[in-house]
Design a protein around this ligand. Structure first.
Ligand code: UTP
Length: 291
């Protein structure tokens, strides 16, 4: 049963503690990278990858996300009255981006639990998961690259990046072997969450993009919560690996962890430098700092 990937789940129910105090009131997913909330980068990537239906898993204090993707009547009427047509198009463009549904995760019980909250909206078809704090700069959208692998190989696909050195301990790491036909593909036999550097089974670190078959929902339902009462997505995927083909895929592009202060700073510098309206001025400013 190979079906087209039409839906993408965006888990956005977490507390964003790494970015306190900014995230005390403002959802992490709404923090601006240059001038756009980080979740919008993911939504645009999903649409550019052929996704037709976005499902955002929200929680307490996250209503700004739904407001952002909705019409803003007062703002748009004011911009129209003032003749600010470019800004009006920007605002209208956001609300016209995609078909978006929302489901609430009543308590932040883990990433696996958040994905499970989308089960009824996804139904019995393969789907994508996009973690909004991972912002990816790529010529071909990362999710599109992954969907291509899914279409060719017919199994779940986990995006990975190669991490050299002890930094690997911050990630879930794949075990398995590189595919003989395509060095970007990794035939996955398992994974270890945040291993010690010396215990890491490979250099393939899992990042926040997944294409999964719906079987993962049943497996997540059977997963017993781990430490802190959380249901981890990794546990569901580990169970999936035992039953179905699962591939790692080293995507082409650069990923930034915008849910982390340092990652957000890196992304801000690189995205701003690439902007035609800001880049030249910003480059001069940075040069002038004489670091
Ligand atoms: P993170 O661990 O990066 O997010 O989860 P967090 O828990 O919000 O952040 P920190 O670590 O406290 O700073 C990855 C993604 O999973 C979502 C988060 O919103 C984030 O997009 N998530 C996490 C949920 O939707 N529900 C959860 O229970 C946990």
């Amino acid at each position: 049963m190979k079906k087209r990937i039409r839906k993408a789940v965006f888990p956005a129910g977490g507390l964003g503690t790494r970015f306190l105090p900014a995230t005390k009131v403002i959802p992490k997913e709404m923090l601006a990278l240059v001038d756009k909330p980080i979740i919008q980068y993911g939504v645009e990537e999903a649409i550019a990858s052929g996704i037709e239906h976005i499902i955002i898993v929200t929680g307490r204090g996250k209503s700004a996300i739904a407001d952002h993707f909705d019409h803003s009547f007062e703002l748009e009427a004011t911009l129209e009255r003032r003749g600010k047509h470019e800004l009006l198009a920007v605002s209208r463009g956001v609300s016209g981006l995609a078909r978006i549904s929302y489901v609430r995760q009543k308590e932040p019980l883990g990433l696996g639990h958040a994905v499970l909250c989308a089960k009824d909206l996804v139904g019995d078809e393969p789907f994508a998961v996009v973690l909004p704090d991972d912002v990816i700069d790529a010529k071909v959208p990362c999710l599109r690259q992954m969907i291509r692998v899914f279409d060719q190989r017919g199994g779940s696909v986990l995006a990975t990046q190669t991490v050299e050195g002890p930094g690997i301990s911050a990630y879930g790491v794949l075990s398995g072997s590189q595919d003989p036909d395509n060095p970007r593909i990794y035939n996955c036999t398992g994974m270890v969450e945040k291993p010690k550097f010396e215990d890491a089974p490979s250099k393939q670190a899992i990042i926040g993009r997944y294409v999964l078959t719906p079987r993962v929902f049943e497996l997540l339902e059977q997963t017993t919560p781990g430490a802190g009462g959380e249901i981890q997505l990794t546990d569901g995927i580990l169970a999936l690996v035992k039953e179905e083909k699962v591939f790692g895929y080293t995507f082409e592009g650069k990923r930034f962890d915008a849910g982390d202060k340092f990652g957000m700073l890196q992304a801000t510098v690189e995205f701003a430098l690439k902007r035609s309206d800001l880049g030249p001025q910003f480059r001069e400013y940075l040069k002038g700092l004489q670091l």
